[in-house]
Design a protein around this ligand. Structure first.
Ligand SMILES: [Mn+2]
Length: 347
């Protein structure tokens, strides 16, 4: 590590972002979760962590806003083989359920129960890993995988930081109760957070795809949930309200400790064309970064985060991505780097 030159090209055996730190040395540890059992539309997000790791090596470490923050140490844990196996097995069972399209038989119910059991196992894995790292005074960032992975890391953080808020970037409200019968569907993650954790405040940004039932859930908790719908944000901007002013209002909802749950599809789909459920509209890359920066500039502390639903598309080998596929991971890696930076910079 003493010979590490941040301006040189990343070496082959380097860690995430080309950094030399071990998990023990790192102040911020990234937890890769290759999980997408309940993905309902486009697949591939279980390859997200590997693709982001691969793409992260091309990033210039110096950051004009954040300086050389990486010196605090950032490392990504290796992917769990066990998780990879669970993902494949649960995915097979989930396809049986999804293809049945709401029909029920003993076989389908059995498959559904199997998926739900695997989801519980994944949640337990994420919860235990997060608890362990938090007890070692590390910051934890989860790299998904589908958005269902966020549930257990949020739960672990709420236990440590009972007054924290969640800032949630997404195209979808994720307020469905057991979507397609899956208790831990990617489309249910914030429903589960509200129903099963003691989180006091959820602030959603960029939401533009949801059903009436989901809106009812959001309205059920007027004090706990504040949603900034994408159409409304876009309208404000078209009418001449500065994004900076809008961000000030959004940030004012947050308590002093902030956890960020970032579904990449909250961005305009041109930044994530292969993500599972893209929706037109959404935030510009720099708008999202400005909002995150303002959280810190307002004196708040980012205490953890997840980045989900980055997908290189259905590729066989993430070490041989074509340019079109690498784009999603490239954006994901750069967003991840900024999330790490603002987390390490905020006091
Ligand atoms: Mn989501």
């Amino acid at each position: 590590m003493s010979n590490f030159n941040p301006n040189a090209q990343a070496s082959k055996d380097s860690g995430i972002f080309g950094l030399p730190y071990s998990t023990e040395e790192a102040k911020l540890v990234l937890l890769p979760i290759p999980w997408e059992a309940t993905t309902s539309y486009g697949g591939g997000t279980s390859l997200g962590p590997q693709a982001i790791f691969h793409a992260s090596k091309q990033i210039d470490l110096f950051d004009i806003e954040l300086g050389n923050f990486f010196a605090a140490g950032i490392a990504m844990l290796p992917e769990s083989r066990e998780l990879q196996t669970w993902n494949q097995q649960a995915r097979q069972a989930a396809l049986t359920v999804i293809e049945a399209a709401g029909e029920h038989s003993a076989e389908i119910n059995q498959a559904l129960a199997e998926v739900n059991q695997y989801s519980e196992k994944v949640n337990t894995f994420i919860y235990n890993e997060t608890k362990k790292l938090l007890s070692e005074h590390k910051y934890v960032g989860l790299v998904g995988g589908d958005h269902s992975c966020a549930y257990a890391i949020i739960q672990a953080h709420v236990e440590k930081y009972p007054d924290m808020s969640v800032l949630h970037f997404d195209a979808h409200a994720d307020m469905r109760d057991a979507y397609e019968g899956f208790e831990h569907s990617h489309a249910s993650v914030m429903y589960n957070v509200l129903e099963r954790t003691a989180l006091k405040k959820l602030v959603q940004v960029g939401i533009r795809d949801f059903c009436e039932e989901e809106l009812a859930v959001m309205n059920q908790y007027p004090e706990r949930v504040k949603t900034y719908f994408d159409f409304h944000l876009a309208e404000k901007k078209m009418q001449g309200t500065a994004w900076a002013k809008i961000c000030e209002k959004i940030v004012a909802n947050l308590s002093t400790q902030v956890y960020i749950s970032f579904d990449i599809d909250g961005l305009d789909p041109r930044f994530c064309p292969h993500t599972g459920t893209p929706v037109p509209g959404g935030l510009d890359f720099n708008e999202a970064l400005y909002l995150i920066k303002l959280v810190v500039k307002s004196g708040r502390k980012i205490i953890g985060f997840d980045l989900n639903e980055v997908s290189p598309g259905m590729v066989e080998d993430v070490n041989n991505l074509d340019t079109a596929s690498e784009w999603d991971a490239n954006v994901g890696a750069r967003l991840l780097y900024k999330l790490c930076g603002w987390t390490l910079q905020s006091k």
